[in-house]
Design a binder for this molecule. Structure first.
Ligand code: TGC
Ligand code: FAD
Length: 390
C-alpha cells in the first residue's frame, strides 16, 4: 500500500517464505486499520488502548512462537520478528505489550513451567483474556538485577512474598505477573502472582514522556501468600529471567526497525512534496544525504535481524549476538527518527506525523531490556573474554 511501504532495498523478501510474507502483511494491514488511526490520540492522553488486545490476539501477536496446542500461533522466529516490526511501525508501546506478553510471560511459563501451569495460563494469555507482566527490575536494581531484594519464604503450605518491582510494563492492568524473587538461600526463582492475591498492588507510574500508550507501574508485594504450585519449577538462577530477555530483545531488534521504517517512509514522502526555494526539499543534497544514510542503515539492520532469526530458528543464536542486534537496531532507529524529524521542519514536532512519538518511545526502548551501555559491555565481554561488570 502507499502508506506503509516496507523499505526492501536488497530484495529481502526473496529470503522470506510465503508464510512469513502472509504473516507480515496480515499484521501490517491490522496495524494500519486498528492502531495507526487511534494511537496518536491515546499517546497524547497517556492512555493504554485496551480495545487492541483482541485484535493483537487475533493476528497471533500473543505467543507467535508458542505451540498451537497451548493457544500460540506456532510460527517461527522470523515470523515473530516481522510481526514485532509491523506492530512497532504503529507504536513501540503496543509492541511492548506484545513483547511482555509473549516473551516475558508466555515464554517462561512455557519453558520453565510444568504442564498444569502451561494449560492453566497459556491459552488465556494467547487469547488476550489475561494480560501479563514481568517483574525483574527493582528501584535499586535495574542494570544489575542479580542484586534484587524481593524475596519469598517457605511457609510450609505456601510461599510468603515481599518486595517491590518498578518500571513494569502492563503492571496497572495485568491479570498475572511473572515475578523474580530470591528464596531463603538467595537463589532466584520465577513465581506466578495473580491479581486479587491479598497484599499485591500495582500502582501506575505517571508523567512519562515516552511509551505513553503503554501502561507502566510497580508491582508491590506485602506479605503475599503465593500457592506453592505457582513456582516455575524447571529453571532457577539469574539465567532464568535473562533467558526470557534474550527472546524479548530479539523481538525488539526487529521491532525498532519498524519505527525506523515508518520515520523513513514519512520523511521520504514529505521530501518529495515539500517545496522550498522553488523545488522539493528532497532535491537538495543535504536532505538526500539524510535519506541515503537512513535507507543504508535500515538495510544493514534488516540483514542483521534476518540472519539472527535464521540462527534463532536453528537454536544457534548466542545472547551476545542478540545484544548486538538489539543495540544496533535501537540506535539506528533513534538516529533516523531525529533526522527525519528535522526533515519535516516544524511539522515534525506535531502529532500530525508519527515521528516525534516514535522518537520519544525509543528513549524507553534504548533503556529497557538492557541499556545501550549494557549491551555494548556484553559485546565487549564477548570479544575480549574480559568481564567489565565484575
Ligand atoms: P552473570 O554472572 O553474567 O550471569 C548470571 C547467569 O545468567 C547467565 N546469563 C544468561 N542466560 C541467558 N541469557 C542471557 N542473556 C544471559 N546472560 C547471562 C550466565 O551464564 C549465568 O549463568 P550461571 O548458570 O553461571 O549462573 O550476571 P551479572 O549479574 O554479571 O549480569 C550480567 C548482565 C549485566 C549482562 C545482566 O544482568 C543484564 O543483562 N542486565 C540488564 C538487565 C535487563 O536487561 N533488565 C531488563 C528488565 S525487563 C525489561 O526491561 C522489560 S521491558 C518490556 C517491554 O518490552 O515493554
Ligand atoms: P540504571 O541501571 O540505574 O542505569 C543508569 C545508567 O547507568 C544507564 O545509562 C546505564 O547504562 C548505566 N550503567 C549501569 N551499569 C553500568 C555499568 N556497569 N557500566 C557502565 N554504565 C552502567 N523492567 C522489568 O523488569 N519489566 C518491565 O516490564 C519493564 N518495563 C519497562 C518499561 C519502561 C517504559 C521503562 C523505562 C523501563 C522498563 N523496565 C522494565 C526497566 C528497565 O529494564 C530498566 O530501566 C533498565 O534495565 C535500566 O535500569 P535502571 O533504569 O535502573 O537504570
Amino acid at each position: 500500500s502507499d502508506l506503509f511501504q516496507s523499505p526492501d532495498y536488497y530484495n529481502l523478501d526473496e529470503l522470506l517464505s510465503e508464510e512469513h510474507i502472509l504473516v507480515r502483511n496480515a499484521t501490517r494491514d491490522w496495524v494500519k486499520k486498528s492502531v495507526s488511526p487511534i494511537i496518536e490520540d491515546y499517546a497524547q492522553r497517556a492512555e493504554f488502548p485496551k480495545q487492541l488486545l483482541n485484535g493483537l490476539a487475533e493476528v497471533g501477536a500473543f505467543g507467535p512462537y508458542i505451540p498451537e496446542e497451548y493457544g500460540g500461533a506456532g510460527l517461527d522466529q522470523i515470523s515473530y520478528g516481522l510481526m514485532m516490526q509491523e506492530i512497532e511501525r504503529g507504536d513501540s508501546g503496543v509492541r511492548s505489550t506484545c513483547s511482555v506478553q509473549s516473551s516475558l510471560v508466555m515464554y517462561p511459563i512455557y519453558t520453565y513451567g510444568n504442564e498444569e501451569q502451561r494449560k492453566k495460563y497459556l491459552p488465556k494469555l494467547a487469547s488476550g483474556k489475561f494480560l501479563g507482566s514481568f517483574g525483574l527490575t527493582e528501584p535499586n536494581f535495574g542494570s544489575n538485577p542479580g542484586g534484587m531484594i524481593t524475596n519469598f519464604k517457605d511457609m510450609g503450605d505456601h510461599y510468603l512474598l515481599n518486595g517491590a518491582k518498578m518500571w513494569i510494563s502492563n503492571a496497572p492492568f495485568c491479570d498475572v505477573a511473572v515475578v523474580w524473587a530470591k528464596d531463603e538461600t538467595g537463589r532466584i526463582h520465577g513465581l506466578i502472582v495473580e491479581r486479587g492475591m491479598e497484599g499485591f498492588t500495582t500502582p501506575e507510574t505517571h508523567n512519562k514522556w515516552s511509551l505513553r500508550a503503554s501502561a507502566t507501574g510497580e508491582l508491590v508485594f506485602d506479605n503475599v501468600k503465593v500457592p506453592k504450585e505457582n513456582l516455575l519449577p524447571n529453571k532457577s538462577g539469574l539465567g532464568a529471567p535473562l533467558g526470557c530477555l534474550d527472546s524479548a530483545r530479539y523481538g525488539i531488534a526487529w521491532g525498532a526497525l519498524g519505527a525506523a521504517m515508518d520515520c523513513y517512509d514519512t520523511a521520504l514522502r514529505y521530501s518529495k512534496e515539500r517545496i522550498q526555494f522553488g523545488k522539493p526539499i528532497g532535491g537538495f543534497q543535504l536532505q538526500q544525504k539524510k535519506l541515503a544514510e537512513m535507507i543504508t542503515e535500515i538495510t544493514k539492520a534488516q540483514l542483521m535481524v534476518w540472519r539472527l532469526g535464521v540462527l534463532k530458528n536453528e537454536k544457534k543464536a548466542t545472547s551476545a549476538q542478540i545484544s548486538m542486534a538489539k543495540r544496533n537496531s535501537v540506535e539506528i532507529a533513534l538516529n533516523i527518527c531525529r533526522e527525519a524529524r528535522q526533515m519535516l521542519g516544524g511539522m515534525g514536532i506535531t502529532g500530525e506525523y508519527s515521528i516525534m512519538r516514535h522518537m520519544m518511545n525509543l528513549e524507553s526502548v534504548v533503556t529497557y531490556e538492557g541499556t545501550h551501555d549494557i549491551h555494548l559491555l556484553i559485546t565487549g565481554m564477548d570479544v575480549t573474554g574480559l568481564n567489565a561488570f565484575k
